[in-house]
Design a protein around this ligand. Structure first.
Ligand code: FFO
Ligand code: GTP
Length: 474
């Protein structure tokens, strides 16, 4: 295993804690650490062993260096470590001062401070995992919901990239045969069996296309579902937001137009993250829906993946509702109609509202069903049904289900799409009986795109841009 110069960084979160872990990786990491360590001699120790001792400042003449801390040192021997290099992990007391002293001492002994992502980059370069998995390391750290954690961990553990790498290898063999045909120029030879090549290409497309389609859902899993609550002033948006978030985030008052700022917050329902966007009131000088500003409403809806339309069950007219439904239908976004202040009106009145919008020709074209109205009382926090409806809306989205691999990374999507396009062209060329050089060209593009995805083909710039986004110590 080729080892680079030793690097060191704090691996645990900066700040005060019970324990802090400093990681050293690279050529001579063990001997280097040993110079500051008093206890067992580290150099002869087998990998995956932990040793107690003291970590010390440099000796001063004959005076032994003073103790910085009592530490536990774990030794990993190349190639059996995270980076596949020699690695030492120093667990000290979680003091910022101690961490600084230890890092300083390590640099005196020849270690360099690690750049962001440098450990993971080395692990990648040494073949510990491919690029997709390396990127998943950052996603695993950032994951903060059950769904995003599941997606990231599956990616870290190989997810779709192992399968793509296999298929790419098969494709390489075919490209070699197709290119061999080129060497024979005018002669009519066919080394690459076209039906087999075609089958392999459609096979690869069969793997790639569901991944491409999973991106929308993958993005939602990673970043949350942008959910907007729209409604007229005083409909109870802030009250609902508070009830959902279970805290007094937004200011509630009975003066219309109290919500001044756009408040964004997160809500977890059944392991899915919703990014709630409070719309600072769809309000204007006058009361009517028209005056609220259709443009403004549209803007809000535009930003959302899911719309909650909240209306005051007491004061909203069927006309207003119908206009709003038309607007929402127009947007094409999934939405939920929510009647608020159910505590103030009878069940009979609630039914009358539903009747008014359905029977009175709520839908001129009569094509779609008017979605059911969900009744809540934001003030009394009677919102369980709304929560389960929100969750159900997202869950109908296939990729939210367990098991299937999802793409959450725009870079991956880009390479997958380009591969699919190149393969589609190659398949068409095979079908048209086009000459080998045309097929070979698209096959090479597909190979390069797949290779860049998994990191079998890389450039320094690409690696730099990927790993520099990691945190230091990772
Ligand atoms: N203390 C510590 N915990 C950690 C990490 C770490 O680097 N240090 N990790 C860092 O992200 C994650 C775990 N990743 C790791 C991956 C491989 C090896 C390792 O030693 N691999 C050897 C031996 C495998 C074996 O014994 O089966 C190898 O690959 O050969 C260690 C950690 C999470 N927890
Ligand atoms: N009875 C009853 N009152 C409610 C309910 N929800 C909200 N309210 C009251 O309605 C008034 C307006 O609520 P807000 O949450 O401030 O309304 P908003 O839609 O955010 O209004 P703006 O800030 O103007 O955009 C407040 O007095 C709330 O207490 C409810 O379910 N039942």
């Amino acid at each position: 295993m080729h080892q680079l110069h030793p690097i060191a960084a704090l691996a645990t979160a900066p700040g005060i804690g019970a324990i802090a872990v400093i990681r050293v990786s690279g050529e001579g990491a063990i001997a280097l650490t040993d110079k500051a360590f008093r206890g067992k001699r580290l150099v002869g120790q087998p990998g995956h062993t932990a040793h107690f001792g003291t970590f010390r400042h440099a000796d001063r003449g004959n005076e032994p260096g003073s103790v910085i801390d009592e530490v536990l040192v774990t030794v990993f021997r190349s190639p059996h470590s995270f980076t596949k290099e020699d690695v030492v992990e120093i667990s000290c007391h979680g003091s910022e001062y101690i961490v600084r002293q230890i890092l300083t001492r390590l640099t005196e002994l020849g270690a360099q401070l690690a750049r962001p992502g440098e450990f993971t980059q080395r692990a990648f370069l040494n073949g510990q995992f491919d690029l997709v998995q390396a990127e998943a390391v950052a996603d695993v750290i950032a994951a903060d919901s059950a769904a995003s954690h599941r997606a990231a961990l599956s990616q870290l553990r190989g997810g779709f990239s192992k399968r793509l790498k296999d298929l790419r290898q098969q494709l390489i063999d075919f490209v070699a045969l197709v290119e061999l045909e080129l060497d024979f120029g005018e002669e009519d030879v066919e080394f690459a069996k076209r039906d087999q090549l075609r089958r392999l290409m459609t096979n690869i497309q069969g793997v790639i296309r569901p991944l491409i389609e999973s991106f929308a859902a993958g993005n939602v899993i990673k970043n949350g579902v942008p959910t907007v609550i729209i409604g007229k002033p005083n409909a109870g948006k802030s009250t609902l937001l508070n009830a959902l978030l279970n805290e007094e985030k937004a200011i509630v008052s009975d003066i219309p137009g109290t919500t001044r700022d756009v408040i964004e917050d997160e809500l977890f329902i059944d392991g899915v993250r919703f990014r709630l966007i409070d719309t600072a009131g769809l309000r204007d000088t006058t009361d009517t829906i028209e005056a609220i500003g259709v443009a403004r409403t549209r803007q809000q809806i535009e930003k959302a993946a899911l719309v909650v339309y909240l209306f005051d069950g007491q004061s909203t007219t069927p006309e207003e509702l119908r206009e709003m439904i038309a607007e929402l239908d127009e947007s094409g976004k999934p939405y939920i109609l929510v009647g608020n202040k159910a505590d103030l009106i009878t069940l009979h009145q609630q039914a009358a509202v539903t009747d008014a919008i359905t029977k009175a020709g709520g839908r001129p074209d009569g094509i779609h069903e008017v979605p059911p109205i969900l009744w809540i009382s934001a003030k009394n926090a009677q919102i369980d049904e709304l929560k389960s409806t929100l969750s159900a809306q997202v869950r109908t989205n296939g990729a939210m289900q367990t098991g299937s691999a999802v793409v959450t990374n725009a870079r991956h999507l880009q390479h997958l799409t380009a591969t699919d396009e190149a393969l589609a062209r190659a398949v068409a060329a095979v079908d048209a009986g086009t000459s080998a050089d045309w097929i070979a060209m698209d096959l090479r593009i597909a190979l390069r795109e797949l290779g860049e995805l998994t990191g079998e083909v890389t450039t320094d710039d690409l690696l730099e841009s990927i790993f520099s986004r990691f945190c230091i110590g990772k």
